[in-house]
Design a protein around this ligand. Structure first.
Ligand SMILES: Cc1cc2nc3c(=O)[nH]c(=O)nc-3n(C[C@H](O)[C@H](O)[C@H](O)COP(=O)(O)OP(=O)(O)OC[C@H]3O[C@@H](n4cnc5c(N)ncnc54)[C@H](O)[C@@H]3O)c2cc1C
Length: 220
């Protein structure tokens, strides 16, 4: 999933593992401070591509209350997603490579090993839980989540072997159920823009379209 953004970013200065905590404006320039009190800037403009809850925290910490409240409607619309990757030594023999089962627990299952260029030994399957189930189990221990999601997988495929590897991941800000998709948000007086999939219908294409739309808007 990161191959496209890594390629696009190959000739720009990207600082990873940096969480911006506050932003402050002086003489029409922005200065950013991270959670280790390291400073960045000055910058003419700032583009925030964090999910709305994290963007709102950043604006609140920075005393930018009008920007923070502009995100109040978007924050609750973003739902979590429990995802589990499971590896089977012998292929489950499912008659499909991907499925949207909507069986109350799982919203998506995919045979990752069927994707082009994979030469996996055995088969990797990716299971996503529904937004509702994920929200109800957001604090449930990962081991228990794996058990329930695997049971649901077995029920659908009839395959009851145990996987030899499981990789759970809880995405707190996974999917936006909101139906308001302005494309991007641009606050010209402050010189702050927001882009992200949640502003443009979700998924990677949404993130790309949102960023393109923001750049167009900023250049007008
Ligand atoms: C389990 C799962 C599977 C998916 N599978 C697919 C798929 O197969 N195909 C597809 O098209 N889409 C898929 N998606 C959706 C896709 O991942 C998203 O649409 C895409 O990542 C959104 O990109 P984004 O740049 O808007 O936000 P994100 O990728 O969420 O990036 C936001 C970034 O902001 C960072 N951040 C937050 N706060 C701060 C801060 N204060 N300072 C600095 N950085 C901060 C976060 O750490 C994060 O890296 C999947 C999503 C999930 C959860």
């Amino acid at each position: 999933m990161t191959a496209i953004s890594r390629a696009l970013a190959s000739d720009i200065d990207v600082r990873a593992e940096v969480r911006i905590d506050t932003m402050a404006r002086k003489d029409r320039k922005w200065y950013l401070t991270d959670t280790f009190s390291r400073h960045y800037g000055p910058f003419d403009q700032v583009i925030v591509t964090a999910p709305p809850a994290q963007a709102r925290d950043l604006f609140t910490n920075s005393g930018l209350m009008n920007l923070a409240s502009a995100l109040d409607g978007a924050v609750p619309a973003v739902q979590p997603c429990w995802a589990v990757a499971v590896h089977f030594e012998s292929a489950p023999g499912a008659e499909f490579e991907g499925m949207r089962p909507h069986n109350g627990v799982l919203s998506w299952l995919a045979n990752n090993s069927s994707k082009p260029g994979r030469e996996d030994h055995g088969q990797w399957w990716v299971l996503h839980a529904t937004s509702q189930w994920s929200a109800e189990h957001v604090e449930t221990h990962a081991d228990q989540v794996i058990d329930v999601m695997l049971d649901a997988f077995r029920e659908i495929t009839g395959f009851d072997s145990m996987p030899d590897e499981t990789v759970p991941h809880r995405w707190l800000y996974a999917r936006s159920d909101g139906d308001d998709h302005p494309g991007c948000l641009w606050f010209p007086a402050e010189g702050i823009g927001l882009a992200g999939d949640w502003l443009s219908g979700g998924r990677v294409e949404g993130a790309f379209d949102s960023a393109s739309e923001l750049v167009r808007t900023m250049n007008q």
